[in-house]
Design a protein around this ligand. Structure first.
Ligand SMILES: O=C1O[C@H](COP(=O)(O)O)[C@@H](O)[C@H](O)[C@H]1O
Length: 240
């Protein structure tokens, strides 16, 4: 489902409301909510909104269990670290239970970190694999999501739940959930805005299948819902 709003500000507000309502509704039926958060720049305003009234009070943070979709293999103190950004804009400001926050450990080697995160998921969800209540994704200008970058083998990973690889273009290791695990989620929401994403959004939603060029195309929940929250600038080619 495509949700289009005029400005990035409106997108962030609408998504804050949507996420909060989802959490409230889900927690009427179960006692925990598992949320995979995204990194990058796009979610900063959304996270600030969720950390403030009225959303902060509407969410039962004691029942929130937080995971990451991907991580840049840099120390936690590095500004590029996705977990650091999430703490600064959201988690440090809400009464989340620290033991229910599962960061990708970048003190380990990328390979060990991926294995350790997979072990965490096995322990938490059992061997059948996770089925997260919500996965929040971003999409880069190049159509990547999570750390599934164009023309990288991780796009096709079927066995591992979490994997790592060296991203030549950024001279950095990445750690990422793989597509099959994300596609088991009950709901996946993309947050995407800005004219620089218009081409990728068009190709992902309307273009011919080409997951190597536009990895976001691979995110198709098997039995869950897929939502795109975008602004008019990002949607300009889709709407034309
Ligand atoms: O590198 C990354 O980029 C994507 C997209 O970020 P955005 O700021 O352009 O929305 C992000 O979803 C991912 O977590 C991050 O590692």
């Amino acid at each position: 489902m495509l949700h289009i709003y005029k400005t990035p500000d409106e997108v962030s507000h609408a998504l804050a409301e949507w996420i909060t309502t989802n959490i409230e509704t889900t927690l009427q039926q179960q006692d925990r909510f598992t949320w995979v958060v995204t990194g990058g720049n796009s979610p900063k305003q959304l996270y600030e909104l969720l950390a403030a009234a009225p959303y902060r009070e509407r969410i039962d943070w004691s029942k929130m269990h937080i995971f990451w979709g991907d991580e840049r293999a840099v120390p936690f103190a590095d500004n590029r670290n996705n977990a650091k950004m999430t703490f600064e804009h959201l988690l440090d400001k809400v009464p989340v239970v620290r033991e229910q926050v599962y960061i990708m450990d970048t003190t380990l080697s990328p390979e060990e970190s991926a294995k350790a995160y997979e072990a965490i998921l096995h322990k938490y969800f059992g061997n059948d694999g996770p089925s997260f209540d919500l996965v929040l994704n971003g999409m880069g200008d190049d159509g990547h999501t999570l750390s599934l970058f164009p023309h990288t083998p991780v796009i096709h990973e079927q066995k591992a739940w979490v994997t790592s690889f060296y991203l030549d273009a950024q001279q950095m290791y990445r750690i990422t959930l793989t597509a099959p695990i994300v596609n088991r989620a009950r709901k996946v929401a993309f947050l995407t805005f800005g004219a620089n994403k218009a081409n990728a959004l068009f190709e992902v939603l309307k273009g011919a299948p080409n997951i190597d060029q536009y990895p976001s195309q691979i995110i198709q929940p098997a039995s869950g819902q897929l939502h795109w929250f975008v602004d008019e600038a990002a949607a300009s080619k889709v709407q034309a």
